[in-house]
Write a protein that binds this ligand. Sequence first.
Ligand code: ASP
Length: 630
Amino acid sequence: MIRLQPIVTIFTVNFPQASCTFQRLAAEGAELNDQQVILHGYIGTRRDASKSLTFAELHDMTLGATVQLVSTPTKAVDGSNSPHSTLRELQEHSPVAISGTIKSRKAPSGKDGESKAGLITSVEVKVDNIAPLNAFPNDIIMSKDTVFPAESRHLQIRNDPSIRNALAFRSKAARIVRNELCEKHDFTEIETPLLFKSTPEGAREFLVPTRTPGLAYALPQSPQQYKQILMASGIPRYVQIAKCFRDEDLRADRQPEFTQVDLEMAFASAEDVMRTVEAVVKRLWTELLGAKDLPDNFPRMSYEDAMSKYGSDKPDLRLGSEIQSIEYMIPVDLVNKIGPLDDPIVEVMKFPIAEDPNDTRNFVNKFMDSPEAQPFIQNPHGQPGIFIFDTRKPLQGLAVFGFEAAEALEDMIDLEDGDLVVIQARPREEFSGGSTPIGNLRLALHKAAVKHGYIDAARGFAFTWINDFPLFSPSSDAEPGQGGAAGLSATHHPFTSPKTAEDVDLLLTDPLKVRADHYDLVVNGVELGGGSRRIHSAEMQELVMREVLQMSDERMKDFAHLIEVLRAGCPPHAGLALGFDRLVAVMMGRESVRDVIAFPKSGRGEDMLVKSPTKMTEGQLETYHLRLRE
Ligand code: ASP
């Protein structure tokens, strides 16, 4: 049953405009003494000091500030409920317009002299009138620490200043990106269609059926093709803060819809794009985080180096612990005993944990007993060998590799007491994919050592460009890929150009050896974005799709528009997209992109507040000429 509220609290048509912001109250404080103001805000905690004296907080969401209201009984001019009794009846969290008189006050001091966070201490407001603008229902309990489920995201945003801060930070970041690119680098912000067409670029798409039988749009996985079309259309530099949609597995903190800072430059090389993106990133970090020591240009590393030194194509360079291959130091018969592999590559890394080997031993025990260790223990290429260096028992464990090898190893990696030495075998083949087991172990050990208090969390930001990726990777059935018959898929996307003339020569003879003019920007083990120089010749694009990826005629038709556009004298062009959600999360030190998105989807792709997706009704199915399978 609906509980009736006084009509004014249910539906307010007119309400007084605010005449003063909390910002001004905080800045000018006592200078405003005796001035009349109208403030908008939410009622906070109330304290009835006596029958005739009430204190209440008024919260402002813009600044996250609070001002104290003071109320004593006065008669309402129009004979209605007196403001004093209205305030005393109001439910906490209700929105109100207050008119009152500013009174300077002495800063209240708490037990240790500190005042409450966000409280404006220089003034308070004596309530002259109060207009409740709606009522907060008393069946919702909201205290400072209440955590609301995803179904009540609105209450969580309202109650958790960290989400509101993240959204404000995100908005500032977007403004800086636009300002840097459009004002300083002559980019034009252009919106591209969201109702696009199904073209196999790599990820699975969301389809949007139409009322014409059998026809559907697809939502773009990125504006990649449109931005290339804009280059062929004579637009010099394009940028868009673009929504992208990928119907992917949502593990690994991904969202089915996400935001990119998407850009493209005509008559540009990879170098031009990297310099431009560095300018944007440095401006963001300097203006929003006060970073001072960013290098002029970010360092670069090849994919091959990143994989062999850090076991990851997005290495966290702050962690040290480089990986080295050592099978050449170890007697052949022992190398082959390291795991089930024949002639493996054997890699080692040192991981300093504690000075006392006993502490390191305790850590290893904790780690090995944890679920995080399971994937490494179950590695089909053999478990990692984990040794603890202890000068009291020199070479103890390592001696299984023979005295000479152990000594050479000790010299090579400069061991100290309490260091962990991790040895892992892997097959002797080209790298593919994003990480190796020892690379993952490097991260897992670091995380566990921080969690258990053995080492401090890494600080600062270590940027690097990763380039020289292979243009193609062996395609796995798990990925939709680009649908060619060659067993290959483009590592970035099929519009990426081979890097050099030699790479072009390898296209038909040894495609897996072709390097791409593809670059990813990485910071602290997170890929912030990636891009490439594009194929701008129709013949080359057709060759890559038809001859190398071996797309069928049918598939080729999906890309006919692009080939046609390139044929029209398209200039060389290159671009990149930054994952904007992740960029904001990294800048704010948040674990998950969900923390910086107003309405994130759940792990199952649902919006729990609006309850989407929903079942299609019979009527909708009919409109779109769809039938559900029995
Ligand atoms: N469209 C690409 C992506 O979404 C980025 C690019 O190559 O510009 O990853």
